[in-house]
Write a protein that binds this ligand. Structure first.
Ligand SMILES: [Zn+2]
Ligand SMILES: [Zn+2]
Length: 271
């Protein structure tokens, strides 16, 4: 079965197209299951404002939109699930506020993302005196390790996003093998997946996220995978999936996972 478990709606302010248009795109590409994962509203504007994050008031509307899309999907043969892209941020108070928001709805899938490019994370870098790239990169993976221990997330989106958007200079995973492997062990121990995200192919790095080296380590650690296009427009649904399947198989995986009502389903990698 072909599925795509990471996509957005216009409610976050930087995506276009109705959920129905994403469903039509899925249908055209043989994608049979879509999980919408728009960006969770956050009280602190440091996580983004109108053009980067959904407004708190829009969350009920988001759930209604996806419910309507689910009905449309049923008519045309595409299953639709309700997920959310939650933030990973190493601050208990911020996360407690987000948990209150998450608890108000029944999401099929909670995808955790550490967005180091956001003002709130830049502020953390300043406050903690993380002056070298090495310190920032270590902090990134340690924050993900901590996030894995909370059990809040079903999967971590683009776990090596720190490699792009210029917070640090480009680096090879091997230079940070121990912190990355610690994160992967924590994910495995807690049964949290990591995502293979194909949007990297369009973001100037032109490669899979995470890098194949990290996929190898994930396989060794026993971490399972979800798969997402991170589509912010309908024609990105299912983008570069054949390249993703090849990379996932090359790392020794046989299965991919999706989540429904927080429960994991394992599926063979499509040929
Ligand atoms: Zn986005
Ligand atoms: Zn996303």
């Amino acid at each position: 079965m072909i599925f795509d478990c990471h996509m957005h709606t216009p409610l976050c302010g930087h995506a276009t197209g109705t959920p129905e248009q994403y469903i039509d795109a899925a249908r055209a590409r043989g994608v049979e299951l879509l999980t919408f994962t728009c960006h969770v509203p956050m009280a602190n504007p440091g996580f983004g404002t109108r053009n980067t994050r959904m407004a708190a008031d829009d969350l009920p509307r988001y759930c209604e939109m996806i419910e309507a899309a689910r009905e449309y999907g049923q008519e045309v043969g595409v299953r639709v699930l309700l997920g959310i892209e939650a933030e990973v941020f190493p601050d208990e108070a911020e996360m407690a506020r987000m948990d209150e928001t998450l608890a108000r709805y029944s999401f099929d899938f909670v995808l955790g993302s550490l967005h180091h490019q956001l003002p709130v994370y830049r502020e953390r870098i300043r406050q903690h005196g993380l002056s070298s790239d090495a310190a920032i990169i270590a902090d990134h993976f340690e924050s993900l390790t901590y996030a894995a221990s909370t059990g809040r997330y079903d999967s971590f989106a683009h776990p090596d996003l720190i490699r792009i958007y210029g917070t640090v200079k480009p680096f090879e995973p091997l230079q940070f093998e121990s912190v990355i492997r610690e994160f992967l062990s924590a994910a495995a121990e807690n049964g949290t997946c990591i995502e293979v995200n194909t949007s990297g192919f369009t973001k100037g790095v032109f490669e899979i996220q995470p890098r194949p080296q990290i996929l190898d380590w994930a396989q060794q650690a026993g971490v399972q995978l979800t798969l997402g296009s991170d589509a912010h427009r309908p024609d990105s649904v299912g983008q570069h999936f054949s390249q993703a399947y090849a990379a996932i198989r090359a790392a020794g995986f046989d299965l991919l996972c999706y989540f429904e009502a927080g429960r994991k389903t394992e599926v063979s990698i499509p040929s």
